[in-house]
Design a protein around this ligand. Sequence first.
Ligand SMILES: Nc1ncnc2c1ncn2[C@@H]1O[C@H](COP(=O)(O)OP(=O)(O)OP(=O)(O)O)[C@@H](O)[C@H]1O
Length: 498
Amino acid sequence: MDAPISLSVASGHHISTFSLTPTSLLVSRTGDKKWPQIETDVYNVIWAELTDNNVLEISLLARKKKSAPLSFVQINVNLHDKDKVAANAFTDALMSAAYTGVKRQRRLKVLVNPKSGPGNAVQHYIKQVEPIFRAARCLIDTTFTTHVKHGLDIAKELPLDDFDVVVTVSGDGLVHEVLNGFAAHADPTRAFRTPLTPVPSGSGNGLAVNLLGVQDGYDVAAAALNAVKGLPMSVDLFSVTQKDRRVFSFMSQVVGLLADLDLRTERLRFMGSNRFILGYLHGVIVKRRCPVKLSIKVAEADKHRMVHNLHNSRSKTTLRSPRAEPPSPDSGPATSKSPLPPMSPLPPLSLPSATLPELQHTDADADGWIAFDKPLVYMYAGKGPYVSRDLMQFPVSLPDDGLIDIVIQEMTSRRVLLHGMEVAHKGEQYWLESQRYLKAQAYRVEPYSKKGCLAVDGEAYPFEAFQVEVHQGLATLLSPCGFYKVEFDFPGKKKGAP
Ligand SMILES: Nc1ncnc2c1ncn2[C@@H]1O[C@H](COP(=O)(O)OP(=O)(O)OP(=O)(O)O)[C@@H](O)[C@H]1O
């Protein structure tokens, strides 16, 4: 379809016109005071049909202006019999364009955490999310979680044949639970192929920001639409092992100042995200050395090359490239259940020390491990550019490169640390000389003091030795575009410049 397809219908004194181009829908309605003109992407069209009693129904999301959040719009137009044929043809064309490559009426398992962050999840769900799912004629099975690990238990027992997508209306904590529930499932690899997608309603919603972008990352309607129509995107997961306990992490592991400020300011929750700023300022004043030794199996240490790789990978994934339906969990081998990937053996205890960036291959041991024992303020490792709305910690992160991004903030002046905080929402601290940025296949942390904090996906864990390794593309998320919707470039480069 190249030429626009149009429909114009009169109802009483009012005229409604609809025009469908390959990428957008334009609506003009003389009788509607609130939405007289709409221009929206076809991706934002939720449903269109002609009912038995001759009503043309179109539901969509649209913005009042470019910077506005998405609003749910329901258009109902009473038709005369003479318009029926044209209206039918138009709704067919609109539905085909709106659901190209996407299965209609997905079956959704929805988990709503009533105790999420500021406690808005139930309101979000009832007022904004459920109406979108219903408009999309999705089959919905909703559970309001009643206790910690409820989400984990549901994911662990999830009947994989019954659902196309799992939706969490929560923060990142429930996503962590569901993934660990999948890991404990009787058929874990197949469970991990069930796409998971968040509707941001917690205090930490880094995953939603990465999937939907900064503008829509906190937009509940955009997230609900992603559950209805998002593209499956494979993502790496991490095994975090401490003694004989293995936990799956999708977002981050952190020790030092940035773990302290998250976990030690819990009692200041009433301050909202300001507690993090206060915690950071306190950490900068105290400037405590993070008492750990790091061993890393480094894959890449050149910051410029990592930015180039990010751009190359983006250019290979065309925006809104032909959509493929989420790999249905039942498309996997039904008889042979594949177990979880095994853990690799630990690296040797005595490793060659390397001083980055002078890192050379010769610094590494035979398996590519190096030790890093310079004084550091924090170590942050993970996947996905944003770990919270104000902190783009991993600007060059790729969803399924099989690597974990590791940031090591070396001991430096308070001025530099404060500057790092000022530019962190744009990821520009990446360019600080004192901030080491590596991509690795695995790493290990060994504390040499008992005083410290470890946070895994924002949750507190014992401050004890742990090892992390990457499982390439193990989990599946949904994305409107097939990559993290986050911009990052070389310093001083204008957006869109070649
Ligand atoms: N009904 C409930 N009562 C108490 N806790 C719950 C309930 N349901 C789920 N939880 C727990 O709430 C935790 C936090 O959930 P959520 O994903 O919403 O993150 P969040 O609001 O960003 O997190 P946090 O409260 O840690 O900042 C989850 O780990 C989950 O175990």
